[in-house]
Design a protein around this ligand. Structure first.
Ligand code: APR
Ligand code: PHB
Length: 389
């Protein structure tokens, strides 16, 4: 088989890239290890920057999001029993859209079907060959048979645990990492959200987040110790702890219900450099991970895909390789700023086991400064709504 761009991974990054390229007449094949149902069952975040929203429209997958997505003009920061609001629209002129990644991935699959896009599911043993030459290829096993795709370029959109990143020789690859000493316990429930906008809550018992997917579906999170066990958290225990960590008036209006999903995720900051090696590009979680506190994971995957789709379009349509040559530096410049913001939000809002009394006072002073300063709020808002591409 032959294609122009072989895409490893059919998550949001791979699907979005394939869609954007297809609409420019560039041929792709997506290779995905799991089944479509499995990919669509994953519960992930759901806050989209305006740039991500624009890209989904450009990919022909924005119709339902436009109807069902919830535009949020701001967010709340709660500190112990008080809360204040950061007004994104007033401070930056822009907003975010709350729309679940599960729904977004479903829309991308449907748009892909409409264009007759090629996606091969349940492929095993994907390997990338000769990415540092002019003739790369990708081999894989499907239904017990080894197959090979010859291509011009390979896009590694296969997430943190994929194969693409480790195709780059160790002598070239640099990795930067911070692992946080806690995780997030998330709970999804078919109950109305407790607030019209998200609440990021800093509390002596640990961080909490009140989020949502739609008017009938809520998503809540609690900071928990890294080694905490899911079995220890009954639904009742979760709701009790959440009530402790959010302001009393909010806790009083919380509507609880049976959990639909409950899981613990560790928090990590991670960046791999470079994001291009020869004809192999890394996009999304394959190249970087952010702690979820800044809601940046999916949005960073989208900006990588934007830079890469533009670079490939310049290559195929304008015969100009500048975008390809600068892809890694361009993408990384935005990645590191989102890493900084995600790390700063995490540091600002969580309790760290090693925190001294001095550290706690610093945290409190920073929160008070944020509450009182338009400059500080603007800094948070412009990062949260997304830095320009
Ligand atoms: N071969 C083929 N496919 C693979 C392989 C492999 N060896 N390894 C992983 N994959 C697939 C996974 O099954 C998954 O569907 O690659 C896809 C990667 O998708 P994500 O992990 O969702 O990563 P990405 O598309 O970069 O999305 C980035 O979305 O899911 C969130 O936390 C993520 O917010 C981040 C953003
Ligand atoms: C979510 O709704 O899952 C969510 C929202 C905001 C975040 C992280 C997760 O910062």
């Amino acid at each position: 088989m032959r294609t122009q761009v072989a895409i490893i991974g059919g998550g949001p990054a791979g699907l979005l890239l394939s869609q954007l390229l297809a609409r420019q007449g560039i041929d792709t094949i997506v290779l995905e290890r799991k089944s479509r149902d499995y990919v669509l069952a994953r519960i992930r975040a759901g806050v989209l920057e305006a740039g991500t929203v624009d890209l989904l429209h450009a990919a022909g997958a924005g119709e339902r999001m436009k109807r069902e997505g919830m535009v949020h003009n701001g967010t709340y920061i709660a500190v112990a029993n008080r809360r204040f609001r950061i007004d994104f629209r007033q401070l930056t002129g822009s907003t975010v859209t709350v729309y679940g990644q599960t729904e977004l991935t479903r829309d991308l699959y449907l748009a892909h079907d409409q264009l007759d896009g090629q996606i091969l599911h349940e492929v095993e043993g994907v390997r990338i060959h000769d990415a540092d030459t002019a003739a790369p290829s990708v081999s894989y096993v499907c239904a017990g048979r080894e197959q090979r795709i010859y291509c011009d370029y390979v896009a590694g959109c296969d997430g943190y645990h994929g194969v693409s990143r480790n195709t780059i020789p160790a002598s070239v690859l640099r990795e930067f990492e911070r692992v946080y000493p806690f995780g997030w316990l998330g709970l999804l429930s078919a109950t109305p959200p407790v607030s019209d906008e998200l609440i990021y809550a800093s509390h002596a018992r640990g961080f909490a987040l009140c989020s949502m997917r739609n008017p009938g579906l809520s998503r809540y999170y609690l900071q928990v110790p890294l080694l905490d066990e899911l079995e220890r958290w009954s639904d009742d225990a979760f709701w009790d702890e959440l009530r402790h960590r959010i302001p009393q008036d909010v806790a009083e209006s919380l509507i609880t219900g049976k959990s639909i999903e409950k899981s613990i995720v560790p928090l990590r900051s991670f960046v791999a450099e470079p994001m291009r090696w020869g004809r192999l590009f890394l996009c999304g979680d394959a190249a970087h991970i952010v702690p979820p506190t800044g809601a940046k994971g999916l949005n960073l995957a989208a900006s990588d895909v934007y830079y890469l789709s533009r670079a490939l379009q310049q290559h195929y349509v304008d015969r100009d390789d500048h975008g390809i040559e600068s892809y890694s530096a361009t993408a990384l410049s935005r990645v590191w700023k989102a890493e900084r913001f995600s790390w700063a939000m995490t540091r600002l809002l969580h309790r760290f086991p090693e925190q001294t009394e001095f550290d706690l006072r610093m945290q409190l002073a920073e929160l008070e400064y944020l509450e009182s300063s338009t400059a500080a709020q603007t800094t948070l808002a412009e990062n949260y709504i997304g830095l320009p591409y």
